[in-house]
Design a protein around this ligand. Structure first.
Ligand SMILES: [Zn+2]
Length: 454
């Protein structure tokens, strides 16, 4: 399938950050074969199976979501005025009831929300595995195949329950040996290390306050032995810092450094409470950050030092985080929020619209170890493309800079989304699932969880 996109503005986010006011992108199957100004080369046009008229549109790389908990779509609107620790203590007992049906409904709804908001690649950090809950990782992977997104799910884990000084109740944590076995099993069943992969596994103990030091150390060793990436939450709140100082005698970043957790194969969610030496260490080690400004704002956790991290050279991707801490779960809106909170704290030069587009695309791909073939529109890159309709929508019409229109204008569904060269969204509508069915199944799952909540 040869797809020619032409007539629109193109922001490539390539190495030279090339932009074309009127350009083309041509995809042959799952790869991009031409990008540039003006019309597509005549030889390619003659062979086109599909032509997309992008006049009045902005064409960008598909957005990359670096942090999520899809199952939380069944727990929205709860604990609305809580700090992170209050929110977790309120929700852990409810989360303990999830099963394959809940994970299926929430994953499909959450992945659909990502797709219509321009996301082509997402991770998910799943860390609740109730006994007899079913094959939850397998269920969400099947959902991602059905919706059509490129997927980097994390096999999450918690092994530090209340009785051992952790935050989660004892009945939602797992045994460490069982977790290590589950890691290997997830990699054996699902991980695709090949170029162009639609699915890669990462390993992700949940947070310093819900896992043991031994699990952190052994997870890092196993991940490096198996060649997969590492993910966790870090420095989200001031309470986490106090917890780490009391339990481990170290601040969160020092603690993780001590167990082998800094490196260019690691990315961590939040990183709100980093000081200047921490920021330098993240950059020197190539450790990535998943910036989740809406979730951080909803939980009142603070604002991550994104500009300082970028200036130091650290990869900083965007994340919507779980829908229990930001109900919308839509990625394009997170670009707007990243810019606004950075400027609210740091003034009008804190971040530009092009910084946030880079964060949402190229940097996100770096966090997931995929920047060789994702996060930019370049010849040889994967055909993950977002087309945003701007000129004929009064919400954006007349905004001279299309990247500013995308970041500062209204949050509308993406017009067309290609993942691996395949159409997932077209005419602002999801083509791979019926939104009415998704909503009905999500409402039923949420109601069932509400009934079971303590
Ligand atoms: Zn999270």
């Amino acid at each position: 399938m040869l797809t020619v996109i032409e007539g629109g503005a193109v922001a490539t986010v390539d190495a030279a950050r090339s932009e074309h006011a009127d350009g083309h992108v041509v995809c042959d199957g799952e790869r991009i074969v031409a990008v540039g100004p003006g019309p597509a080369p005549a030889g390619l046009l003659a062979r086109a199976d599909r032509r997309i008229d992008a006049r009045g549109c902005l064409v960008t790389p598909g957005l990359v979501n670096c942090h999520h908990h899809l199952y939380q779509f069944a727990f929205r609107g709860l604990a609305q005025e809580a700090t992170l620790f209050e929110w977790l203590v309120a929700l852990y007992p409810a989360w303990a009831h999830i099963d394959a049906g809940v994970v299926d409904a929430t994953a499909r709804a959450g992945l659909a929300a990502l797709a219509v908001s321009g996301c082509t690649t997402t991770t998910d950090h799943h860390y609740i595995f109730p006994r007899d809950g079913g094959d939850l990782l397998g269920v969400e992977i099947e959902a991602a195949r059905a919706i059509g997104l490129r997927f980097h799910p994390c096999r999450g884990a918690m092994d530090l329950g209340e009785r051992d000084g952790g935050l989660p109740p004892d009945h939602v944590v797992e045994d460490r040996d069982a977790i290590l076995t589950a890691y290997d099993d997830a990699i054996d069943r699902f991980h695709d290390p090949q170029p162009g992969a639609m699915l890669r596994i990462a390993l992700a103990p949940t947070s310093p306050f819900s896992v043991t030091t031994e699990l952190l150390r052994e997870t890092a060793q196993l991940a490096r032995r198996r060649g997969v990436r590492l993910h966790t939450h870090l420095a989200e709140t001031v309470e986490e810092e106090a917890f780490c100082l009391e339990q481990f005698g170290a601040r969160p970043l020092d603690y993780l450094d001590g167990v082998g957790w800094l490196g260019d194969d690691v990315w961590m969610a939040h990183c709100v409470h980093l000081d200047e030496p921490d920021i330098a260490r993240m950059a020197q080690t190539g450790t990535g950050v998943a910036h989740c400004p809406s979730s951080n704002a909803r939980l009142g956790a603070g604002i991550a030092p994104v500009r300082a991290l970028l200036d130091a050279g650290a990869p900083v991707g965007l994340g919507v985080d779980g829908a229990a801490s930001w109900e919308a779960g839509e990625l394009a809106a997170e670009m707007t929020m990243a810019l606004l909170v950075a400027r609210a704290a740091g003034g009008p030069h804190a971040l530009t619209v092009r910084h946030v587009l880079e964060v949402a695309t190229h940097h996100g791909a770096r966090c997931l170890g995929r920047d060789d073939e994702l996060g930019h529109l370049s010849v040889g890159a994967l055909a993950d493309v977002a087309i945003w309709r701007l000129a004929d929508d009064p919400g954006y019409a007349g905004i001279a800079d299309p990247v500013a229109a995308l970041v500062l204008g209204p949050a509308r569904p993406v017009d067309t989304l290609l993942v691996h060269g395949r159409v997932v969204v077209e005419g602002r509508e999801l083509r791979t699932a019926d939104p009415v069915t998704l909503a009905r199944d999500l409402a039923a799952a949420s109601a069932r969880m509400a009934e079971l909540a303590p």
